[in-house]
Ligand binder design. Structure first.
Ligand code: BDR
Ligand code: CA
Length: 318
């Protein structure tokens, strides 16, 4: 699979890149950074750091510096001031390319129509900008996998929204309504199941090599944050699960839903909306969220043991 990665590293983004680097059937063709966990220029530096560590040779383009319609908000309280849990280390050797992440995405999709899969692990600002640049983008990409949203589950950054959609609700809504015919949404409904517990973390700690050492530093920081919330040692592997589902769709079960994102709610901005009524009647409402939109595949249940095994095997690669 030939992949364009859009990402905001971010501890779990970095772990997702490490996962992908270990998969023989995954080729990362290009990377775009986006604001989200950290500002976009730092996300690009971190993407370069991680791909250099794992030996991926791909251009990294700096993406959108801020959301479409709200001020920049970042999440260093989760990912650390450097975005990599204090483990960023030295500056990367490489430099970002001069085109923007949205321009890069459009150029590559036009050059290889129907060939490339997009994996979006951060706010969808770059993807929305790319759709505005090239309205035929949904026809040019082979498939899209998005980590974001919480369809039937509670949010994380707010009670109603996941961090990626909350960090740019307008972009998320634009992408969900753009007509991508093969879009899988790996939201909190699925990723909150992907919890690595004490036993798994302890097993990963025994792995040798520079990659495992880096991963263990990330996981130590990440588990420190999550353990405070859970009350037991562990962490939630959001972005690695989305990467794994992209390569192995049988890891999850799915439901097809047309989706929209709440843009004006006082408390609910960034929430994913869908009509999940068993019997729909529009007698009392004039518009239904998502009505008329191409349905997306929403990941629901996850084979967590299989995913954690795949992740463990990936971190074993030295
Ligand atoms: C998502 O938000 C970010 O903090 C993570 O990297 C992940 O992409 C989870 O809501
Ligand atoms: Ca992310």
């Amino acid at each position: 699979m030939r992949i364009i990665l859009d990402t905001d590293p971010g501890v779990d983004d970095a772990l997702a890149i490490m996962y992908l680097a270990a998969q023989e059937d995954a080729e990362i063709v290009a990377v775009g950074s986006v604001h989200g966990n950290v500002p976009s220029p730092l996300a690009a530096q971190n993407a370069l750091r991680v791909i250099e560590l794992v030996g991926i040779d791909a251009p990294v383009a700096v993406g959108a510096a801020r959301p479409l319609a709200q001020p920049l908000q970042t999440a260093e309280f989760v990912h650390g001031a450097d975005g990599l849990g204090g483990r960023a280390g030295a500056a990367p050797r490489g430099k970002p390319v001069s085109e923007s992440a949205a321009e890069q995405l459009v150029r590559l999709a036009r050059a290889e129509p129907g060939e490339l899969t997009l994996l979006a692990l951060g706010p969808l600002t770059n993807i929305a900008l790319a759709v505005l640049l090239e309205p035929d983008l949904p026809k040019l990409l082979r498939s899209v996998v998005v980590m974001g949203g919480a369809v039937s589950a509670p949010g994380n950054i707010t009670p109603y929204a996941d961090a990626n959609f909350f960090h740019d609700p307008e972009a998320a809504d634009l992408v969900l309504g753009a007509g991508f015919g093969d879009l899988t949404l790996v939201g909190l409904d699925a990723t909150e199941q992907a919890r690595a517990g004490d036993e798994w973390l302890t097993a990963v700690r025994t792995l040798p090599g520079a990659r495992a050492e880096f991963a263990n530093g990330l996981l130590e920081h990440y588990a420190g944050f999550y353990s405070q919330m859970f009350g037991t040692r562990g962490c939630t592997l959001h972005d690695p699960l989305a990467a794994a589902i992209m390569l192995d769709p049988k890891l999850a079960t799915y439901r097809e839903l047309s989706l929209a994102v709440e843009l004006t709610g006082t408390h609910t901005r960034g929430q994913v909306l869908s009509d999940q009524r068993p019997i729909a009647s529009d007698a009392y409402i004039t518009s239904t969220a998502g009505a008329g939109r191409v349905p997306v595949r929403v990941a629901e249940t996850v084979d967590v043991p299989r995913f954690l095994e795949q992740m463990y095997e990936a971190l074993k690669v030295s």
